[in-house]
Design a protein around this ligand. Sequence first.
Ligand SMILES: Nc1ncnc2c1ncn2[C@@H]1O[C@H](COP(=O)(O)OP(=O)(O)OP(=O)(O)O)[C@@H](O)[C@H]1O
Ligand SMILES: Nc1nc2c(ncn2[C@@H]2O[C@H](COP(=O)(O)O)[C@@H](O)[C@H]2O)c(=O)[nH]1
Length: 185
Amino acid sequence: MDKKIIVITGASGTGKTTISKYLQDTYHIPSVITHTTRLPRVGEKDGIDYHFETKDSFLKNHYLERVEFSGNWYGSSEESLNKTWEKYDAASIVVDTKGAISYKEKYGNQAVVIFLEVDLDTVTKRLAGRGDDINRLKARINSDEFHRDLNIPSELRGKCYKITNNNIEITKESVNKILNIEKIK
Ligand SMILES: Nc1ncnc2c1ncn2[C@@H]1O[C@H](COP(=O)(O)OP(=O)(O)OP(=O)(O)O)[C@@H](O)[C@H]1O
Ligand SMILES: Nc1nc2c(ncn2[C@@H]2O[C@H](COP(=O)(O)O)[C@@H](O)[C@H]2O)c(=O)[nH]1
């Protein structure tokens, strides 16, 4: 079987991490952990939620793709994905739309891209409810990256699955169907 990478993308707060946890808990599909220079949120752990880096340590790693998002750096490595593929046929990764384009370009049909969509008002309320620092939250919601990621980029049109994540149970059903279509589980 071809190895697959399920690339979960969409604007901040649309539920990408929630879906990657669903894939882990329900299907034992692990998430590739990425690197960031942002500070951990309450409850986040190094090596589980992210590899938390300083600006210096971030630059020492080798990345398949890396982006600046609302004032912090994020990056993912080919090595981490290959290590996961040694043990599993499918893995997931949570990235912004720029990262999703990089994965689609590099891995073609092996990259199953899921774009999550939620309207701006709802996503703003969800981010506030997650307990993010209010000043950082305001900066994020005003960032170009946040607004860019509310829509499917032209590079991914016709090449990704779109799920409107209003109701988590319906979203999970949609994810189940995608796994079926892609013969992942
Ligand atoms: N369908 C849903 N209905 C209500 N709340 C939801 C739904 N899906 C996710 N959430 C909640 O919305 C918040 C944001 O979700 P999550 O952290 O998964 O988003 P994200 O896209 O990974 O965000 P980021 O890119 O900023 O890390 C969380 O508190 C999560 O529990
Ligand atoms: N292109 C990449 N995007 C990434 C990576 N790791 C996370 N992300 C995305 O960044 C934003 C902000 O994340 P947050 O945890 O601070 O809310 C979000 O869209 C993530 O999906 C990566 O390695 N590459």
